[in-house]
Design a protein around this ligand. Sequence first.
Ligand code: ADP
Ligand code: MG
Length: 226
Amino acid sequence: MILELRDICKDYIQGKMTVPVLKNVCFEMEEGEYVAIMGPSGSGKTTLMNIIGCLDQATSGSFLLDGEDIGSMNDNQMSEIRLHKIGFVFQSFQLLPRQSALENVMLPLSYAKVPKKERRERAVEALERVGLGERIDFKPTQLSGGQKQRVAIARAIVNRPKILLADEPTGALDSRSGEQVMELFHSLNEEGVSILMITHDADIASCAQRQVIIRDGILRQGGKEG
Ligand code: ADP
Ligand code: MG
């Protein structure tokens, strides 16, 4: 099992009020699965993704990633998990604007203290993998939206993560570029990468093997209430 969430609750404190945002979310994902989370704006999708991505902790409940109990970890341990097990793709790409595609993709490898020569080789390989072998020296401003997202995907996979987390990965793209991103996700999944993707586009969600719905902080998976 790559993900096991049991009764995950997340509350935000607003003034004197406690606002429950995730309500007893139970969710499991097998290694190698490709799952889409759908739900309206404000339903808690990003909050859930931030917990699964080890960027934030739940208020209560238990969460195992690749068998490891994240709930008991400190910030340093969580950043190690992020670095070695998780790749992130965001709607807004989140590339460093002044760095080339190659430098953006090499960045996680320098955090992981991979030797310099190997960093470059692996980053080039990742960029070739996403069809951008000819664009490695281009800066984000010199790339289209679809190309920027493919650089972001190269950066997400360069550390060979167990799971790829994508929050509205096609939200800022035209439909053709969105299709290319979906083709890439499909082939990465065929190679064994688990993928969890947030979207509110039903066509994009149908690219995944399984769809779950979150509404008002309550997740429903496979017909049973979470
Ligand atoms: P989605 O990604 O599905 O649009 P979010 O997870 O971003 O939804 O937000 C879910 C709810 O939690 C919203 O009502 C939002 O206002 C609230 N929320 C999100 N982040 C915070 C925060 N840091 N503090 C207070 N409330 C928050
Ligand atoms: Mg969101």
